[in-house]
Ligand binder design. Structure first.
Ligand code: FES
Ligand code: FES
Length: 153
């Protein structure tokens, strides 16, 4: 099926099976490999993207559903070489180890800060709760989100 995807401000015409997960199309057809495959069941958070201003698991969204939405992946967060304050805080506070969970956490934290610019720690914990991190960087990730929020005051 011929579909049009809007991803990171660019328009992509693709010919794919409409039931394919958006995650597969992002990675395999568009080369946007910052969005990770973890569980494929909506349980690990590695594949999160922003779809119409909400964080969603791209392994559960079909590419046909996604074609009716504005999609932002982790590649679309920075403006050129300029990291967002949130991304910079993750770097500054070393809030990653292997980095496999990082793009998903950045997506959910970006959505949180867009809706609630100065969240309390509980809100940050809730926002990151769906993201499994086998390296255990939760504490640093939470501090990075709070630091980015504080910097935006
Ligand atoms: S790969 Fe989508 S939630 Fe795990
Ligand atoms: S930094 Fe390795 S899984 Fe989170």
């Amino acid at each position: 099926m011929r579909l049009t995807l809007h991803v990171n401000g660019a328009v992509h015409e693709i010919d794919v099976a409409p039931t394919l997960p958006l995650l597969a199309v992002l990675r395999d057809d568009l080369g946007l490999t910052g969005t990770r495959y973890g569980c494929g069941r909506g349980q690990c958070g590695a594949c999160y993207v922003i779809a119409d201003r909400r964080g969603v698991a791209s392994c559960l969204l079909t590419v046909e559903q996604a074609s009716r939405m504005e999609i932002t992946t982790v590649e679309g967060l920075a403006k050129g070489d300029s990291l967002t304050p949130l991304q910079q805080a993750f770097v500054d506070l070393d809030a990653m180890q292997c980095g496999y969970c990082t793009s998903g956490m950045l997506i959910s934290a970006t959505v949180l800060l867009a809706n609630e610019p100065v969240p309390d720690e509980t809100a940050v914990r809730d926002a990151l709760a769906g993201h499994l991190c086998r390296c255990g960087v939760y504490g640093r990730a939470i501090r990075a989100v709070l630091t980015a929020a504080e910097a935006s005051r």
